[in-house]
Structure formats: structure tokens, C-alpha cells
Design a protein around this ligand. Sequence first.
Ligand code: SF4
Length: 322
Amino acid sequence: MIKTDFPQQCVIEVTAACDQSCIHCGRAFMERPKKTMRVDMFQQIVREIGRENPDCEVWPTFMGEALLLGKRLFPMIRYAREAGCRKITLNSNGNRLTEENIEGLLSCGLDRFIVSCDGHSAQTYERIRVGGRFERLYSGIHRLLERMRSARLETPLIELQFSIFDENEHELEDFKKYWLDQGVVVKCRPKVFWSGTIPGGGRRVSMQSDRTPCLWALDTAAIHWNGSVVMCAIDCEGKYVAGNVAHQSLKEIWNGSLAWLRSLQQQRRFRELPEICRQCPDWKVKKAQAFFPSDGVREAYENYVRRGRTFHETHELVGEPG
Ligand code: SF4
């Protein structure tokens, strides 16, 4: 692994507000205030990214639903683009794909749009993503795809995500087939435990030698709405705060205590990590699997994901096209 002096991905919590309480999400148990980031703070962060590492992938979401910001969101993404950020990825619960939001998403300079689905029937979806509506989700995604087809748009790359649980595993194959037939990327990933934030969800991870350095820590910076740069993109509660972008640059924080944590990871000195990290099993689940509807989509996706990366892709690319 190559040491970098700036993160390769940056998760920015533009808002911690959300309209769902998914059973697998740490946000439902978060005790910190669920507020919205100041626009000037967001702008300061993306200016630094554009200057220091334009290929750092910007994710304007952490523990909230960015589309709740409505039309305030799109100028922020546009600003990031104009500040030099060349990789901007938004993930969403997809329940607000209104005509207005679709127009905003398609015109703001976004490169990649990921919708978390986690079910292929109303019964399963609404059991897992509490507060979401299956019918609204699927009709919104179809509206988005139709709009892109009619305008012959190839970006943003559309990716539909399915996090695998006991409750939905039986729908995975039908989900994959249905959406691959619609020409979009399907991403499957194992559940995460949010560093044990979910009661009963965290379990002590074995300290045996099979533990490997955690990719969440090695390549990604994660910033809460108040500017706190935390342990990693799994630290939803902010159990370890490395610094705050209101007082320091992201680069200083990345090369300060976060560098110390990365070196502990790389030297496999896991017992010396802060408690949140010692007890977290999520180092096992950073990898996801992506499936593609065609060679062309696969190529576009791989080019995007791999651009500017110096080690380990986040995805294991599997599956036959077609
Ligand atoms: S092991 Fe858990 S807490 Fe530690 S860096 Fe990885 S995801 Fe974050």
C-alpha cells in the first residue's frame, strides 16, 4: 500500500437529517445532534480537495439524506465541480426522486449516483428501510432512467445498491436481474455494524492474525456536519475525533492523528488502536461486488472508480456482462 498525504475519498455530511430509520443504520441510534453543514464550510472543504487532490472522490453524504436539502444541494455540488473536484458521487435513499430533483441531479455536474434499495418487494423493502415507500422508490428510479434515456445522457453513472441481510437475501437474484435488464450497475455489499453503534449489532472482533488493515481507515476521510473529522466513514457517532476543519485543514488532520492510526493499521498493531476501532468488525466489509449490464458500462465504471487511486479498489468487480 502506498502512503498518501491526502485522502482518496472524502465523505462529507452535508446534512444528518433523514426521513428513514433503517434497521441496519447507525443513525437511528446516534445521540449527537442531527443538523446541517454550513454551506461555507462545505465550500472550504471542496476547495481544499480541488486544490490538493482533484481525484479524491467526494461523497456529499454521511449519516443523512442529502436530497432533503432539495434545491440547496445542487449548487453545492456544482460548486465542488467548479472548485476542481473531478469525482463526485452521491448516495441516496431514492425516495425523493421528484421531477425537480432529477433535473437538479442531472445538471449539477454529478458523476455517480447510488441509490440504496435493499429489497425487491414492498414487504421486504419497507420492513428494512422503515419510513421508505417501495412504490415511490421504484417509480422515481424509472423516472430518472427514462429522463436520462430520452436526453441520451451517460452520466451520472447509476448504481443500485443492495445491502445483504437475512431479511432480504432471498430477493437478491431477482433484484439483480431486474435492474441489470434496465442497464444499470448493481452493487451488493455485506452489512456493516457501524462500529457497534447498533445495539446487538456490534460484536467483538477476534484479535487473531487474520485481521487485516482496514480500508475504511486507509483511504477515506469522514467529516461530520459540524466539521469534525472522525475515525472513519463508519464512525457515525464521532467516538474518535481527529480534528475539525473549522480550525485546521483536512490535510493537516489527515497527516496528524489519522496518519498515526493508519500506521498502526498498516503495521497490524491492532491492539493499540482506540477502543472504537479495536472492537469494530467493519474492517471485514469494505469491499462490495459490482455487476454490470454491458461491457461499455463496466468500462465506464472501472475507469471512474480507479481514476486517481493508488492502492486497492473499493470494489471487487465480478459477474458476466449481459
Ligand atoms: S475497524 Fe471499524 S472503526 Fe476501525 S477504521 Fe475500520 S471501520 Fe473504522
